[in-house]
Ligand binder design. Structure first.
Ligand code: 3HC
Length: 334
């Protein structure tokens, strides 16, 4: 989902494969047969160049989302209301860092380097999830992010555990187990505030839900008819469901959970549709979504600056680790 920073071709070329040799066509036919049979593709297997680039784009965007996603919550670790909540939040933020590492490692199997991926992020060429460009204004935002943002992430990511590229699928199995804990801790934190909290705490929860609902349902990406990558990604088994299908599943699950919590979802048009056996919902502000992913969200500049600072501040650690590895290699050689 980031820019085509690591692409050697332009976007149009990526979408229209160049003329191929007979050998290549045969390899591609065999590759498609394997995809159709539901086989997993491993790093050393032959794959079309566009498949590889699509995976690098999606996996590295996903990795960037995990590490940028540490920032809005990291901001609250020192202000958690109890030791228990602080320990949970600390563990959750650490988990996100770990998810980033698994995903960078999965992207590296496709021949891109971590330095290239970080460079694309730090120079603003890379995309990461729109959701992390919104501010976290109160403690209730921590619970709401767990419930809605991690809930949306799980809805999107569980199917990726069966995606056609094996290293990505394997990373996602572990990530989804942890994301499920993240979602539940968020729901439990909100339930505690809604059942045992003061009227002011309950109002704080409702305010957080009001602010996070629409950005959460934007996380699934543009509507299917405006999603340039979906058709090919679904053909290759990278995506198992379309953006709109996943968004609908999430809305349906959230409506029931909101009832348990006792909060109102901020959409007057949200209504059960008996014929569709699903909830109808109001129009999403896609202009806001496109502005956020273009860099004009409320916190884009702050998030990027924080990542660049972390990278610069860590230079001495990288230098020390490299020097240590060099020394170790020299000792081994001797
Ligand atoms: N934020 C930013 N950019 C987005 C976006 C979002 N929520 N949704 C879509 N886009 C971008 C796409 O990257 C694409 O841009 P590009 O062509 O320049 O790369 C463009 O909008 C069009 O969208 P498409 O639907 O065609 O793109 P995809 O087919 O890649 O679908 C996706 C988008 C559903 C997000 C898919 O990439 C995906 O499933 N990614 C893996 C999951 C992921 O990255 N999740 C990140 C969020 S949450 C998280 O990781 C942290 C957790 O702890 C909460």
């Amino acid at each position: 989902m980031y820019t085509q920073a690591m692409d050697t071709m332009g976007k149009d070329e990526m979408r229209q494969p160049a003329v191929r040799s007979a050998d290549e066509l045969q390899l591609e036919a065999r590759f498609n047969e394997r995809i159709d049979a539901g086989e997993f593709i491993e790093a050393k297997d032959w794959m079309p160049e566009h498949y590889r680039k699509t995976l690098v784009r999606q996996i590295s965007q996903h990795a960037h989302s995990e590490i940028v996603g540490m920032l809005p919550e990291g901001n609250w670790i020192s202000r958690a209301p109890t030791l228990k909540r602080k320990a949970i939040l600390l563990a959750k933020v650490q988990d996100e860092g770990g998810h980033g590492l698994y995903l960078y490692a999965a992207a590296e199997t496709l021949g891109t380097s971590r330095d290239q991926m970080f460079d694309a992020l730090h120079t603003g060429r890379a995309k990461y999830s729109s959701i992390f460009n919104y501010p976290t204004l109160s403690w209730a935002d921590m619970g709401t992010i767990g419930w809605l943002v991690d809930g949306a992430a799980i809805m999107n990511q569980v199917p990726i555990c069966r995606c056609s590229y094996a290293p990505y699928a394997r990373a996602m199995i572990r990530i989804c187990r942890e994301e499920s804990f993240h979602q539940r801790q968020g729901f439990e934190a909100l339930l505690t505030m809604m059942t045992k909290g003061t009227p002011a705490q309950k109002a704080m929860v409702q305010d957080a839900v009001n602010r996070w609902w629409w950005p959460s349902i934007m996380m699934f990406g543009p509507p299917d008819d405006q999603s340039p990558n979906s058709a090919q990604s679904m053909r290759w088994g990278i995506k198992k469901f379309s953006n709109d299908e996943l968004r609908q599943k999430f809305v349906d699950a959230a409506v029931d959970q909101a009832k348990v919590l006792g909060v109102t979802l901020p959409d007057p048009e949200l209504k059960w549709n008996e014929a569709r056996q699903s909830n109808d919902f109001g129009a999403i502000d896609w202009a806001e979504f496109w502005a956020v992913i273009a860099g004009d969200g409320p916190c884009n500049k702050e998030r990027l600056a924080a990542r660049v600072k972390a990278w610069d501040d860590g230079a001495w650690v990288r230098e020390a680790a490299t020097a240590h590895a060099r020394k170790h290699a020299m000792k081994e050689a001797a």
